[in-house]
Design a protein around this ligand. Structure first.
Ligand code: ZN
Length: 134
């Protein structure tokens, strides 16, 4: 695994949180993107070299809706950049981690993504992401 690519934060209302995080970081989000198959609307901020993704549910079946129902708003996942997501998935599987989607899917911000189930990683949802085009 490479550097932390971004941190994902689950929010109830993207517009309200965009305003809040704009104040916090001193910069405006650079992108809003809906990932229809995940039931989420995301916005991205760059705070210095760091990238933060805010995630709002677009329907009640969305994983973000379920997360907020259970735990409330807050840090949802940590994403790591990988150069070869297929081999990283295979490596983690062989180490006994539960991979939520063994075939990587298209995520926000031009990435192929796969998730490690938090039950196999001390309660932390881990996202692997590979830049498409790499
Ligand atoms: Zn993410």
């Amino acid at each position: 695994m490479d550097k932390i690519e971004h941190i994902g934060i689950a929010v109830k209302d993207l517009e309200t949180s965009n305003a809040l995080f704009t104040k916090l970081f001193g910069v405006v989000h650079y992108k809003i993107e809906e990932v229809v198959n995940e039931g989420v609307k995301t916005s991205f901020f760059k705070a210095g070299p760091n990238k933060i993704e805010l995630l709002e549910a677009t329907n009640s079946e969305s994983p973000i809706a379920k997360f907020i129902e259970k735990k409330g708003e807050g840090i949802h996942h940590i994403a790591f950049a990988v150069t070869d997501i297929i081999s990283e998935i295979a490596r983690l599987k062989s180490e006994g981690f539960v991979i939520l989607n063994e075939i990587p899917k298209k995520g926000a911000d031009n990435k192929l993504v796969a998730f490690v189930h938090p039950k196999s990683s001390n309660g932390v949802l881990i996202e692997l992401c590979q830049e498409i085009g790499n």
